[in-house]
Design a protein around this ligand. Structure first.
Ligand SMILES: [Fe+2]
Length: 375
């Protein structure tokens, strides 16, 4: 082992570790290592960087490249064999934890008419965003939600849930989003299969939305004591209508255009404890300013086409493409059309950042607020 191994992180800055290796010190470090210990100053600058340095890389998965291979899974494995028949999205920097970005997992699940996967529950919080097909449903703790394209459904942590497609439906593909890597990072992940494999639907179909999904209206006397949104499904039509109406009266955010968060109607807070989500509209020709945030984001284009610049790298997207923005990387979004709006769905771990007092946001100050393109 060379001496450089111990002093390679040193920085010539007051207050930072700046200890040059000497034979005596190296002998001491080796002795500490034998004792299952180490000298903090040899690693301090590495483990406490000046700012977050994500191991994830910005990445885009083009749906037209993936779709055929996702459909191929239908013939290769049954839901019974697979549990969940999913092609997951692997960030090149996060293969070790099977993350799409940061501590977030995502995948594309495919099901054909008449199929239903076994009910289960887990510590991870989960959501799905419907990409194509008709007749999909998700059951959550006895509530059944029917699902169409661009609908967003929650399966919060600890809830029994299963997904299927009605006999009269068509093959469905949806995006799953979970915080599996976070749960594993916290070493708090449990998984259970329902003893009956399927749960009874014990409430009227779509009752969660009928009860809690009416804008600005709270059902009289309704009580909710869970730590996630009682409105388990957020439909596309009213979401798009809300964005369209809001766009008429606002300039929107300089960084995100017209953006609305999906919220827990009982609290006004995020839909789940660890995962939040939003839908944003980029108006025709809109190109936002760049900013960066603590927290990781997984985007899906659900309408239109455009591009995003992430850490100086341009990613062109169109409907159903998925891309990720790692923590603390500058990003800006642009609509490629001068006549049609573009919409991006995203889920993220900002509820975790905010709950832990870690949320930060910073504008890209130079170059008129937009990043020079590096690649
Ligand atoms: Fe699940």
């Amino acid at each position: 082992m060379s001496q450089a191994n111990f002093d390679r992180y040193r920085e010539d800055v007051i207050g930072r570790a700046n200890v040059v290796d000497t034979p005596e010190r190296v002998a001491y470090y080796r002795r500490l290592s034998e004792l299952g210990t180490g000298a903090l100053w040899t690693v301090a600058n590495k483990i406490e960087p000046w700012e977050p340095g994500s191991a994830s890389v910005p990445f885009l998965w083009r749906y037209r490249d993936l779709r055929e291979d996702v459909l191929k899974a239908l013939d290769l494995v049954t839901p019974e064999e697979a549990g969940r028949r999913v092609v997951y999205l692997e960030n090149p920097g996060r293969r070790d934890v099977v993350a799409a970005v940061g501590w977030l997992y995502s995948g594309l699940q495919v099901m054909k008419p008449g199929e239903c996967a076994a009910a289960h529950r887990h510590s991870a919080s989960a959501l799905r965003f419907i990409m194509e097909g008709s007749g999909a449903f998700t059951n959550v703790d006895g509530h059944r939600m029917t699902l169409g394209a661009n609908d967003f459904v929650l399966t919060p942590n600890g809830t029994w849930h299963e997904h299927g497609v009605e006999e009269e439906g068509t093959t469905c593909i949806w995006q799953d989003g979970l915080d599996i890597p976070l749960m594993n990072g916290l070493e708090a992940n449990f998984y259970e299969v329902h003893p009956d494999l399927n749960q009874a639907v014990s409430f009227p179909v779509n009752d969660a939305v009928a009860t809690w999904g009416n804008p600005g209206l709270r059902p009289w006397g309704a009580l909710w004591d869970k730590r996630y949104s009682p409105c388990l499904k957020y439909e596309w039509a009213p979401t798009y209508e809300a964005l369209t109406k809001y766009a008429r009266v606002t300039d929107g955010s300089p960084f995100d255009g017209v953006l609305m968060e999906y919220v827990n109607p009982d609290t006004g807070g995020p839909v789940m404890m660890t995962i939040g989500a939003h839908m944003q509209m980029l108006r025709p020709g809109e190109h936002t300013m760049a900013h960066r945030q603590t927290g990781s984001f997984v985007y899906q284009c659900c309408k239109g086409r455009g591009w995003s610049i992430i850490n100086g790298q341009r990613f062109d997207w169109q409907e159903r493409d998925i891309f990720v923005v790692p923590a603390w990387m500058y990003h800006e979004h642009a609509n490629a059309s001068d006549s049609e709006d573009a919409c991006l769905f995203a889920f993220h771990d900002l509820p975790v950042m905010r709950a832990l007092g870690l949320y930060r946001e910073e504008a890209f100050g130079d170059n008129g607020g937009r990043q020079p393109i590096l690649s």
